[in-house]
Write a protein that binds this ligand. Structure first.
Ligand code: TYM
Length: 335
């Protein structure tokens, strides 16, 4: 049926850092929702490479990871014809607005950011200014495109809240300029936890390779990692307080298969953890196999990836520039 409603389509924007191949956590917490949102929203998705250099990066490796992340976004099902896909550093307005917003952001606000506290504890030899002002750049990434929603995992909620505060502050001080966006957090997969320490989030920078599933892991590796996942001595597949390991595996299985906790408990009633872990591993491997195949094909044609990046950056820059000019004019710059 033809859509006769004249309401403008709502916008969504999100970004991911090109720091290594993403994990199952990134996929279930964010990337999969990006794909689902393409049909309903006007979507902007970026590889946040400027954010990546807040920690030390080896240049050749970073460049390769930018290509890989861009290819991966297409491989998971983002369609450059439907969504605007681009690389953050190729759109200079991000760095420009970031400066202007950092002058509206208080030291105290930035000091309270959990990610800053975690990362500065982890990289004590490199607590640089960029690591501290990171949330102002993230706010710029978002506000430049005037999105209504920002699909992210639970860990980015605090940054999204600061973005909302900055948008409101600017609108109140100068006059309405920014759409005040809302974080869009799905219930399943919002916080996938480590397979080895299930109270911590699954992270690609974990030193223990068995703690996370990379989207590049092959079937045998995936099943092996799940079989080694930390559980408990209960040997009963059920969702309950204190059973962090099993709860995490159930959440992953539920996010992939769509089954409820009750259905999962019934499926594994009377069976041990071994069967359950293998089933989770097989479901994850089956979901990732077609993505891995498309990824390999895309990485074989860098010229095509560069052409897609260029088109994306041109479109993004056009949209971003409109917001940036408005902001500069309101702040008193001669434009
Ligand atoms: P990044 O690159 O660490 O992660 C990308 C997305 O994956 C989600 N995520 C998870 N979700 C569930 N469980 C997990 N274990 C898990 N680990 C990661 C993150 O919440 C995120 O949605 N600062 C951002 C990148 C960024 C951004 C932006 C995001 C830069 N500019 C503008 C949104 C809008 C980051 O470091 O995400």
């Amino acid at each position: 049926m033809e859509n006769t409603v004249c309401e403008p389509q709502k916008r969504a924007l999100s970004c991911i850092q090109p720091t290594g191949i993403p994990t199952l956590g990134n996929y279930l917490g964010a990337l999969r929702n990006w794909v689902a949102m393409q049909d309903e929203f006007e979507c902007f998705y970026a590889v946040a490479d400027l954010h990546a250099v807040t920690v030390k990066q080896e240049p050749a490796k970073l460049r390769q990871q930018i290509y890989e992340m861009f290819a991966l976004l297409i491989a998971i099902g983002l369609d450059p014809e439907k969504s605007l896909l681009f690389v953050q550093s190729q759109v200079p307005q991000h760095a420009q607005l970031s400066w202007l917003l950092s002058c509206q952001t208080q030291f105290g606000e930035l000091s309270r950011m959990t990610q800053f506290k975690d990362k500065s504890a982890k990289h004590a030899d490199n607590i640089n200014a960029g690591l501290f002002t990171y949330p102002a750049l993230m706010a710029a990434d978002i506000l430049l495109y005037q999105p209504d929603y920002v699909p992210v995992g639970e860990d980015q909620k605090q940054h999204c809240e600061l973005t909302r505060d900055l948008a409101l502050r600017f609108n109140n001080r100068y006059s309405p300029t920014f759409t005040v966006p809302e974080p869009y957090i799905m219930k399943t997969g919002a916080r996938v936890r480590s397979l080895q320490e299930p109270t911590k989030k699954m992270s690609k920078s974990d030193e223990n390779q068995n703690a996370f599933i990379s989207l590049k892991d092959d079937k045998d590796t995936i099943i092996r990692k799940f079989r080694r996942a930390v559980t408990d001595s209960d040997a009963k597949v059920c969702y309950a307080p204190g059973k962090d390991g099993v709860n995490n595996l159930m959440e992953i299985y539920s996010a992939i298969t769509g089954k409820t906790n009750e259905q999962i408990e019934a499926e594994f009633d009377g069976k041990g953890y071994g069967d359950f872990k293998t089933a989770v591993g097989e479901a994850v491997a089956a979901e990732l196999a077609p993505i891995q195949e498309r990824f390999a094909t895309l990485m074989g044609d860098k010229a095509q990836l560069e052409a897609l990046m260029k088109t994306g950056a041109e479109h993004a820059s056009y949209v971003a520039n409109k917001t940036l000019k408005k902001v500069m004019k309101k702040m008193g710059f001669v434009i």
